[in-house]
Design a binder for this molecule. Structure first.
Ligand SMILES: Cc1ncc(COP(=O)(O)O)c(C=O)c1O
Length: 400
């Protein structure tokens, strides 16, 4: 058929080949997906893992990354979301209904708690808080539906009693969802951990951190091993219109190849900083699960048996250091940039006032303002020098 130029511009003569071999998988961008014929249109079914019918349901690009994340984490099925927080919210909105009870650790990622408090006010979902290192504080009633876990907590870095908590949840028929961002599927296997080969039901991962690795892309995933759970999530994902950009997915896919190397490097650099930070007189406490003095260290040792941990370490300044002092310290840092998130190439610092962040009384945390360091890919000696310079500046100012 001879085409007018306007049509020819849209229907190009060369068709992309079905398959050529490249290092990175091909990138599909799609809202519309074109069916071969009406048979293909009428025979599609949303429960097919690879039902290509519309962009929000997924493309080969999104399924490729999803399968990779599921594999890294030891799960089977995966869904992608536009941020880690939206992946968390997908789980909450999928499994919680009016009158249900949800249990969250006191050190849970703050915006997850905020989302649940919002559901509590609007829909009468009961939010209960437990101490992650004390299973006895997890006291579910028959209304309990969901237990949120985080290993380790991303600010105070307590490693929870995963074994005790998951066993208790299973005994009460409660779904377990782990925010697996810290472990990234590398420090431990959330679907097969400890001597008893326990498994969580759902693993949520902020791919924004280590999988992206660039500090420039937001994304999240929800991984399961159970087909029924996956289909429940898949349905909620579809009706809520949750989808991700093919371009962003391709970027994360490209970064996956170096993820384990980056994780190991940051884990190691962080341990070097931990040793040095522990010797500094300005801090009343240094928090890192690999440190024997940190709460939950024995659980970390049991679960993360290869000795791995994310590149996060927190310090609590002695109470004589005021908020003004801590702000001056953070402002004096040169290499550590002030910003939220972690897992990227640039080291980050953030300050927190724990008294605004915790519901339960915690005897394992000292009084004082907390600063969290997220270790990037810089040389650890330069990072130590940066902190040393900022501490010197702080102490000089304090004497003036
Ligand atoms: C432990 C943890 N979970 C989830 C998230 C949310 O990820 P995102 O920033 O992609 O929404 C974050 C972000 O800081 C986090 O630290």
């Amino acid at each position: 058929m001879k085409k007018n130029p306007q049509t020819a511009l849209i229907h190009a003569p060369r068709k992309a080949p079905q398959y050529i071999s490249t290092v990175q998988p091909p990138l599909f961008r799609a809202s519309t997906i074109i069916f071969d014929n009406t048979d293909a249109l009428f025979n599609r079914h949303w429960t097919d893992d690879y039902d290509y019918s519309y962009g929000t349901h997924g493309t080969p690009t999104t399924f490729t990354l999803g399968d990779n994340i599921a594999q890294i984490e030891g799960g089977t099925y995966s869904l992608l979301a536009p941020s880690g927080l939206s992946a968390i919210n997908l789980v909450n909105s999928c499994f919680l209904s009016q009158g249900d009870e949800v249990w969250v650790a006191d050190n849970i990622y703050g915006p997850n708690m905020e989302h649940l408090r919002n559901l509590e006010t609007r829909y009468g979902i009961r939010v209960q808080v437990y101490n992650p290192i004390d299973v006895a504080t997890f006291q579910p009633t028959e209304k309990a539906k969901l237990l949120w876990l985080e290993a380790a907590g991303s600010v105070t870095l307590e490693f929870p009693d995963l074994t005790g908590l998951v066993k208790k949840a299973q005994a009460h028929n409660i779904l377990t969802a782990l925010d697996n961002t810290w472990g990234a599927g590398l420090a431990f296997n959330a679907f097969d951990f400890g001597d008893e080969h326990l498994s969580v039901d759902i693993s949520v991962h902020a791919l924004t951190k280590y999988p992206s690795g660039g500090g420039d892309i937001l994304m999240g995933s929800v991984v399961t091993r159970d087909k029924k759970l996956h289909h429940q999530l898949f349905r909620a994902h579809a009706i809520q219109g949750i989808s991700v950009s093919g371009d962003d997915v391709a970027q994360v896919q490209r970064s996956l190849a170096s993820m384990q190397l980056r994780y190991q490097h940051q884990s190691q650099s962080c341990l070097t900083l931990l040793d040095w930070l522990k010797q500094q007189p300005e801090f009343v406490q240094v928090l890192h699960p690999a440190d024997e003095a940190s709460a939950g260290h024995e659980y970390w040792k049991e679960i993360c048996s290869d000795g791995q941990s994310a590149g996060l370490v927190s310090v609590i300044f002695k109470p004589e250091y005021t908020l003004k002092d801590i702000r001056a310290f953070c402002d004096a840092l040169q290499l550590f940039k002030l910003g939220f998130s972690w897992g990227g190439p640039v080291s980050l610092v953030m300050l927190y006032n724990l008294s605004d962040m915790r519901v339960l009384a915690h005897t394992h945390l000292q009084q004082g303002l907390l600063v969290r360091f997220c270790i990037g890919l810089e040389h650890p000696a330069d990072l130590i020098q940066d902190i040393e310079n900022a501490l010197k500046q702080l102490n000089t100012q304090k004497l003036e």
